[in-house]
Design a protein around this ligand. Structure first.
Ligand code: ADP
Ligand code: MG
Length: 694
C-alpha cells in the first residue's frame, strides 16, 4: 500500500467526518473544534453512531476514553461496544453520552489531594479538537480528566486552558494591528530522542527494568568521542525498526518526518512535522508508546529515560514552538513590511520578557528526577534559562535599544513600524545547540525537556507566560494616541529590562554559569530546588489570572511533582541496594576467591612464584567491597529514614542531599571494581556490550 493511502487510515479525522456526518453536524463539529464550543447531545449521538460504524468497519470491538493523568503517561479503560438485545443477542452500541463523558475511578491516579476520599470518582470529557483513532482494535477517544468538582487531574485540561489564555491576549494584540475576529493558536513540533538496546541486555539489568536507567556501569573503552554515530548510517536492524515505527505512526496520523542517529551510540531521534499544540502533545504520547511496542517486536527495548547511561549523552525533547493565526500566518516569522516586522518584534519581545520573568516556571516545567540527571551534564542544556537569538536579531534589538541604525550603511535610527528589517537567514542549522531556548528563524526551540515526560507541562507554561506578556502589552497599547511611538518605546523598554536573558555564547561553558549568576539569572540544578517556586505568590497569581490553574490545582500539582520525585529516588535507592547485596558484592567476592585460589594453587607448585597481579587486584577489590558494604548499609538506613519523613518537600530535599550523593559514591567504587573483574564474573552486561551491539 502506498503511504498516502494509509496515512491517517486509523484516524476519525476531518476527511472521514466530512464523508460520514450530515453536513449540519459536520459544521457543528468544526465550530466545536475551532471555537472550543460544546456540542449538544443530539449532535453527539449522531457523531457517536458514525464513529462506531467507522470503527467497527476497521475491526474495532472496544472503545476507551484516553487521558493523561499526572503520572506523565496515558491511561485507558477499554469497554466493548456490545449491548444486550433480547435474551440471546447483542448489538454494537455507542451513544453520544458515552462519547462525551465517562466516569473513571480517580482514586488510583495522583490527585495531590484534589480528590477527597469520599468522592473517588473523576470524569473524562471528550476533547473534539484532537481526533479519535483506532489502535489494536480499540477506538481511542482523547479526553480531559477532571475531579467531580471540575478540578483538572490531568495534563490536557490545563494545556487547553493555556491555549485559550494565549488566544485571548494575542487577539487583543492582533486587534491593535487591525486584524479583527482573529484566532490564534500555538504550534509545536516535538523532536524525540531515545535509545534502542537489545532486549536480553535489558532483561539482565534490574536497574533498567525498575528505574529506566543504569545505576552502575563503567565507561566502555569507546564512548561517543569520535562522533561517528551522529547522523551515521543506520544499521539494518534499527532501520527496520524505524520503518515499522513510521508506518504505525502514519496509520495513526502522526506526522513522523525524520529519523536519524543521535550523538551517543545506540541513540536515535524522531522528528514529526509540527501541528496544533494539544494534538502535538497527544501525538507525542502516542509516539512514545508506539516506540516501545515497535521495539519489542524487533527484540529491542526503547529507553526513554533522560539519562540511561552515565558518561554518554542523555535524551531530551526539543519543543519547537510558535504562534500562528487561524489563516496559518506564523507570528514569529519576520514579515516583509515595516508593519509585519513591528508585529513580529512585539511577539518576539513578548517571548523574551516571558522567559526572563518566568525562568522559574520554565525550569519547573521540565523538572523530574530523570531530567535532573541530564540537565547540565554532557551535551545537554544547563539548568539555567537563557535565550539564543543569533547575531542578526540581537543587533537589531541593540539598534532599537540604543537609538542607532542597525547596519553601518544605514544612517537613520531604527524605528519600529517604520523601517523594514533586513532579511536574516532562517537558522535551520542549529548553529547554537548549547542554548536551552533558541530562536531558529521563525520559532523557538525549547530544549530542556526530558525525553520521558509529556510535553504538556512545558507548553502549559510557555503559553501562559507569553499570554501574560501579551496582556501587559495590550494593557499598555490599547487606547494610546500614537500607536507607533508607544510600540517603539514598549519594545525598547522590553529589551532594556530583559536583555540579561539573551545569551548567544556557549551554554555548556562553566564561565557562562558564573556570568549567568552575575546577571541575576536563576540556577536551580535539581527538582527539589525549583519546585517551591511553583507555589510562589507571583506564579499562583499568574495561573489564576489566566484561568489555567486555580489555587487548589497548583498546590495539588506541587504535591504530585514532589511525590513523583520522591518515589523515583526511593525506587532507585532500593534497586541499588538490592543489586549491591545480591549481585555486585557477591560477584566481587567470587572473583576475589578465584584470585586467592590462584595464589594458593600457584604457590603449591613453587612457593616463590610471582603473584603480583592476583595480590594487587585482590587487595583493591577487598577494599572496595568492604567500603561498598559499609556504604550500602548506610544507604539502607538513610533511605529508610528519608522515606519516613512526612513533609514531602523535606523528604525530597533529603533524597537530593543525602541519598543521591551516597548512591553516587557507591557507584564510583562499583564502577572501578567492574573494570578489574573478570567479565565472566560480572553480573550485568557492560556498557560496551549494551551500547555497541544493536
Ligand atoms: P530541520 O531541523 O529539519 O531543518 P526545522 O528546524 O525547521 O527542521 O524543524 C524542526 C522541528 O520544528 C520540526 O518538528 C518542525 O516541524 C518544527 N517546526 C517547524 N516550524 C514550526 C512552527 N512554526 N511551529 C512549531 N514547530 C515548527
Ligand atoms: Mg531542531
Amino acid at each position: 500500500m502506498n503511504i498516502p493511502d494509509y496515512f491517517g487510515s486509523m484516524v476519525f479525522n476531518d476527511k472521514v467526518m466530512k464523508e460520514r456526518l450530515p453536513a449540519e453536524i459536520y459544521e457543528k463539529v468544526r465550530i466545536a473544534i475551532n471555537e472550543s464550543k460544546r456540542l449538544d447531545l443530539d449532535a453527539a449521538n449522531i457523531i457517536a453512531a458514525a464513529m462506531k460504524d467507522w470503527a467497527i468497519e476497521k475491526g474495532a470491538t472496544h472503545f476507551t476514553h484516553w487521558f493523561q493523568p499526572m503520572t506523565g503517561i496515558t491511561a485507558e479503560k477499554h469497554e466493548s461496544f456490545i449491548s444486550p438485545k433480547g435474551e440471546d443477542n447483542v448489538i454494537m452500541d455507542f451513544s453520544g453520552k458515552e462519547l462525551v463523558k465517562g466516569e473513571s475511578d480517580a482514586s488510583s491516579f495522583p490527585s495531590g489531594g484534589l480528590r477527597a476520599t469520599f468522592e473517588a470518582r473523576g470524569y473524562t470529557a471528550w476533547d473534539p479538537t484532537s481526533y479519535a483513532f483506532i489502535k489494536e482494535d480499540v477506538l481511542y477517544i482523547p479526553t480531559a480528566f477532571c475531579s467531580y468538582s471540575g478540578d483538572a487531574l490531568d495534563q490536557k485540561t490545563p494545556l487547553l486552558r493555556s491555549m485559550q489564555a494565549l488566544n485571548r491576549q494575542a487577539i487583543r494584540i492582533m486587534n491593535l494591528f487591525g486584524v479583527k475576529n482573529g484566532r490564534v493558536k500555538t504550534t509545536v513540533g516535538a523532536e524525540q530522542e531515545y535509545f534502542l538496546i537489545n532486549k536480553e541486555d535489558y532483561d539482565s539489568r534490574k536497574d533498567l527494568i525498575f528505574t529506566g536507567r543504569t545505576l552502575f556501569g563503567a565507561m566502555p573503552p569507546k564512548g561517543q568521542e569520535l562522533d561517528d554515530h551522529y547522523y551515521g548510517s543506520i544499521k539494518p536492524r534499527v532501520a527496520s525498526f524505524m520503518a515499522d515505527l513510521d508506518k504505525e505512526l502514519w496509520k495513526l496520523g502522526v506526522l513522523a518526518k525524520t529519523e536519524h542517529n543521535e550523538v551517543a551510540p545506540s541513540q536515535h531521534e524522531l522528528a514529526p512535522i509540527f501541528t496544533t499544540t494539544n494534538i502535538s502533545s497527544d501525538q507525542n504520547q502516542l509516539t512514545m508508546e508506539i516506540m516501545k511496542k515497535t521495539a519489542a517486536r524487533h527484540g529491542l527495548v526503547c529507553l526513554l529515560h533522560e539519562k540511561p547511561f552515565k558518561g554518554v549523552n542523555g535524551s531530551g525533547k526539543h519543543n519547537n514552538w510558535s504562534i500562528c493565526t487561524a489563516d496559518g500566518v506564523n507570528l514569529l516569522e519576520p514579515g516583509e513590511t515595516p508593519y509585519e516586522n513591528a508585529q513580529f518584534l512585539l511577539f518576539l519581545c513578548a517571548v523574551i520578557k516571558a522567559v526572563d520573568d518566568y525562568q522559574d516556571l520554565l525550569r519547573i516545567s521540565v523538572a523530574t528526577a530523570g531530567n535532573d540527571r541530564r540537565l547540565g551534564a554532557d551535551e545537554a542544556p544547563p539548568a539555567v534559562l537563557s535565550i539564543f537569538l543569533g547575531d542578526e536579531i540581537t543587533s537589531i534589538l541593540e539598534a532599537i535599544e540604543n537609538d542607532t541604525s542597525y547596519d553601518a550603511a544605514e544612517k537613520e535610527q531604527l524605528k519600529v513600524g517604520v523601517h523594514v528589517l533586513p532579511k536574516f537567514p532562517k537558522d535551520t542549522t542549529d548553529r547554537n545547540r548549547t542554548s536551552p531556548f533558541a530562536f531558529t528563524g521563525n520559532k523557538f526551540e525549547f530544549r530542556m525537556l526530558g525525553s520521558a515526560s509529556t510535553i504538556s507541562s512545558a507548553n502549559i507554561v510557555l503559553n501562559t507566560i507569553v499570554a501574560e506578556s501579551l496582556k501587559s502589552y495590550a494593557d499598555r497599547l490599547e487606547n494610546v494616541d500614537n500607536f507607533e511611538d508607544a510600540l517603539h518605546s514598549l519594545i525598547k523598554k522590553t529589551i532594556k529590562d530583559h536583555k540579561r536573558i539573551i545569551f548567544n555564547g556557549n551554554g555548556y561553558d562553566d564561565k557562562w554559569i558564573a556570568e549567568a549568576e552575575k546577571r541575576g539569572l536563576l540556577n536551580l540544578p535539581s527538582t527539589p530546588d525549583c519546585l517551591p517556586y511553583l507555589i510562589s505568590e507571583k506564579n499562583i497569581k499568574l495561573f489564576e489570572e489566566h484561568k489555567v490553574f486555580n489555587h487548589a490545582e497548583i498546590i495539588a500539582r506541587y504535591e504530585v511533582y514532589l511525590d513523583n520525585y520522591n518515589k523515583a529516588i526511593n525506587i532507585e535507592a532500593q534497586t541499588a541496594t538490592e543489586m549491591l547485596k545480591r549481585d555486585i558484592m557477591p560477584a566481587i567476592l567470587k572473583y576475589s576467591k578465584e584470585l586467592s585460589d590462584s595464589v594458593n594453587a600457584k604457590r603449591a607448585v613453587f612457593n616463590s612464584i610471582n603473584c603480583n597481579y592476583e595480590k594487587s587486584v585482590l587487595t583493591r577489590l577487598s577494599e572496595i567491597n568492604s567500603e561498598v558494604y559499609d556504604k550500602t548499609i548506610l544507604l539502607d538506613q538513610i533511605n529508610a529514614d528519608t522515606a519516613a519523613i512526612q513533609n514531602a518537600q523535606k523528604k525530597a530535599d533529603n533524597y537530593k542531599s543525602k541519598v543521591i550523593p551516597l548512591m553516587n559514591e557507591i557507584r564510583k567504587l562499583v564502577d572501578e571494581a567492574e573494570t578489574m573483574c573478570d567479565t565472566a564474573y560480572w553480573p550485568y552486561p557492560s556498557y560496551g556490550k549494551i551500547l555497541f551491539s544493536v
